[in-house]
Design a protein around this ligand. Structure first.
Ligand SMILES: C[S@@+](CC[C@H](N)C(=O)[O-])C[C@H]1O[C@@H](n2cnc3c(N)ncnc32)[C@H](O)[C@@H]1O
Length: 296
């Protein structure tokens, strides 16, 4: 299907709110900062499911542990936590706070700080989160205290890492489906390498798919060089593969192990351009989600 037909089909099948959201995000690359639309966020099951942060972290650690039995579960108690691209709902912030972190910093260029005053945020999302956390980890504080601690211990910087005038060391560094969006990635990681505290632990889930609603997550991606792909389909992902991300992390001083989450080789029928074949093996080309982890 050519690009125009694909675009028209997507527009036809996408609810108007999502179309406007995508347009806003696209415009953001050109000029002013675009922030998350809270009405859109609070009507999206993905964002309002308050078990989501724990589910992801627990799943990632279970997978890592299966490959690396020496892996010790991340302990937030007393730690300074950094999350890159924490999303609209403070990402792993509430979990880190419930588990006693010293401070949580989110770096999120699209952050909308009005979330703190949104009635559904404290009255529904955080309350549900709190109930779930108390069931999982035991009662640690009442809800008002938890709310207060979230407000006191969480800071979200509404910018990218390289633009942030922030230089606090951190002991734990997390991200979920973010590093594939960061540009320039190598420089950003080098900067973070200078801020990480000795012994800093990190865990990043990186999604290497095309981030489009295509039949196969690698459709179109490998039929042309990355520069051509980005011209045609946009620059929202940097198109680095797992070897690149691992190398950039290592170069920044993060001794990194890569645990594959899952690959997506099946049903891929397109021919792969020499640009990709010459640089990456099959394992790298078809890794859909990878977990990068280690100690600084
Ligand atoms: C796919 S979303 C993931 C959001 C969230 N982590 C989650 O799991 O729902 C990618 C996020 O990365 C953020 N992002 C993009 N470039 C970034 C950068 N240079 N530094 C920090 N965050 C960035 C985007 O604003 C967006 O919120």
């Amino acid at each position: 299907m050519n690009v125009l037909a694909y675009t028209l089909k997507r527009l036809w099948n996408t609810p108007p709110r999502q179309v406007f959201g995508a347009l806003r995000r696209r415009l953001s690359r050109h000029n002013t900062r675009v922030i998350y639309d809270l009405e859109e966020i609070f009507s999206a099951p993905k964002h309002t499911r308050s078990q989501r942060p724990y589910d992801f972290l627990h799943r990632y650690q279970a997978i890592i542990h299966r490959h690396h039995p020496e892996w010790i579960e991340i302990d937030f108690a007393g730690k300074r936590v950094l999350e890159s691209g924490c999303g609209p709902m403070l990402g792993w912030g509430p979990l880190a706070v419930y588990l006693g972190c010293d401070h949580f910093t989110g770096v999120e260029p699209m952050f909308n700080s009005a979330v703190f005053d949104h009635p559904q945020w404290s009255g529904r999302y955080l309350l549900n989160f709190y109930r779930d956390a108390a069931a999982l980890f035991g009662y640690r504080m009442d809800f008002d205290r938890f709310l207060q601690q979230v407000r006191e211990r969480v800071t979200v910087l509404p910018t990218t890492h390289l633009s942030a005038s922030w230089s606090e060391p951190f002991d734990i560094w997390l991200s979920n489906s973010v590093l594939e969006h960061v540009e320039p990635l190598a420089e950003t990681l080098l900067q973070l390498g200078t801020l990480a505290a000795p012994g800093c632990r990190f865990l990043h889930a990186v999604d290497f798919g095309n981030h489009r609603a295509t039949k196969h997550p690698f459709d179109d991606l490998y039929t042309m060089p990355p520069a051509t792909y980005r011209q045609r389909f946009g620059t929202q992902i940097n198109l680095y593969r797992c070897n690149d991300v691992q190398r950039f992390l290592q170069d920044a001083g993060f001794q990194t192990q890569l645990t594959p989450y899952y690959d997506a080789r099946e049903f891929f029928t397109a021919s792969i351009s020499p640009w990709w074949r010459q640089r990456y093996d099959e394992a790298a080309l078809f890794l859909k989600v990878g977990l990068f982890h280690g100690v600084r």
